[in-house]
Design a binder for this molecule. Structure first.
Ligand SMILES: O=C(O)c1cc(=O)[nH]c(=O)n1[C@@H]1O[C@H](COP(=O)(O)O)[C@@H](O)[C@H]1O
Length: 305
């Protein structure tokens, strides 16, 4: 699966994914009004609004990008109706030729992880039939429970040709509370990185592994070390844009071949029309503002490669 992502990155010259993290307060009034008129101010109305919003952004950016990353929490907050919009978004993006990184950060004891892996990446058996639940191409995984919590995801990657991004060093301000703690003189994120390499060795797809790592753009010194520790691991790099990460901070996440990382921006793209820089588009043309923000992000990142 990682080779499919690499092919699309090479074709678009855009090592990015657009984070589809819709919040109602980013959604322009005209979309909200239409959905509320049809479904009322209900969970169904909200779910319809986030779907319409996503669809327009995808329509305006899909020719420029290789991948998207819907964050499931943004959908789950609207219950089942929200999850239906998550599913519709995944289907639509895949129809448009995009690879979908499901951001669900799952991980549990082995048997429960196996069910998560089945639901998000694999196939479930129902009597004589099999079905794909959310059928995303990649999934973010929390490694806190250790190898037996991660292995079921790796197994599904091998049987279904899917991919993972395992949290190694996250972008948030408190990430160091646990991740930077020294164990036998070494930070925990390095030990997790070594495990990710070990898990990934069983799941190679060409030069890179289908088991990738999440490495935040907000900790550039650490990404430099991690890039060396994990030469054949693809990085999903969140934290660019809204969280303060810059192109200069990203340079170390890439290998010398210009590959090795896919940079996410969510609010910076989907809510671009609210930024001073893109205000001229106005809320009616929010998706055109997103398109321009994608063009600017790609140019910015390519300038450091
Ligand atoms: O796994 C992730 O994608 C993730 C890991 C991390 O360390 N930091 C992080 O921000 N994310 C996600 O990346 C997205 C960042 O959104 P923006 O800050 O709006 O670009 C959100 O969906 C986060 O949940």
């Amino acid at each position: 699966m990682i080779q499919q992502l690499i092919e699309k990155i090479k074709k678009t010259k855009a090592p990015i994914c657009v984070g589809l993290d819709p919040m109602l307060n980013y959604i322009p009034e005209h979309i909200l009004k239409k959905s509320y008129n049809e479904f009322g101010e209900t969970l169904e109305g909200a779910a319809d609004a986030i779907w319409q919003f996503n669809k327009e952004i995808v329509d305006h950016t899909c020719d420029l990008i290789p991948s998207v990353k819907p964050q499931i929490a943004m959908y789950e907050q609207f219950g089942i109706e929200g999850l239906k919009s998550y599913q519709k978004t995944v289907d639509y993006c895949q129809q448009k030729g995009l690879l979908v990184i499901g951001d669900a950060k799952r991980g549990d004891i082995g048997s429960t992880s196996a069910a998560y892996a089945t639901g998000h990446l694999g196939k479930v058996q129902v009597g004589s039939k099999t079905y794909s639940g959310f059928h995303t191409d990649f999934l973010t995984v929390n490694p806190y429970l250790g190898t037996d919590g991660v292995k079921p995801f790796v197994d599904v990657c091998n049987s279904e040709d899917k991919g993972l991004f395992v949290l190694v060093k996250t972008s948030n301000p408190s990430s160091g509370e646990f991740q930077d703690r020294l164990i036998d003189g070494r930070p925990l994120y390095e030990l997790v990185a070594e495990k990710v390499v070990e898990w990934g060795d069983t799941c190679m797809d060409g030069d890179y592994s289908n088991v990738g790592a999440v490495v935040g753009a907000t900790y550039p010194e650490m990404s430099k070390i991690l890039r060396k520790l994990m030469p054949r691991t693809y990085f999903l790099v969140p934290g660019y844009g809204a969280q303060g990460g810059t192109a200069a901070d990203l340079a170390h996440c890439f290998n010398e071949d210009g590959l090795g990382a896919v940079v996410n921006s969510s609010r910076g793209i989907i809510a671009a029309y609210r930024q001073e820089k893109y205000k001229q588009f106005g809320p009616e043309h929010f998706a055109e503002a997103s398109r321009q923000a994608v063009i600017d992000m790609v140019a910015d990142i390519n300038s450091v490669l």
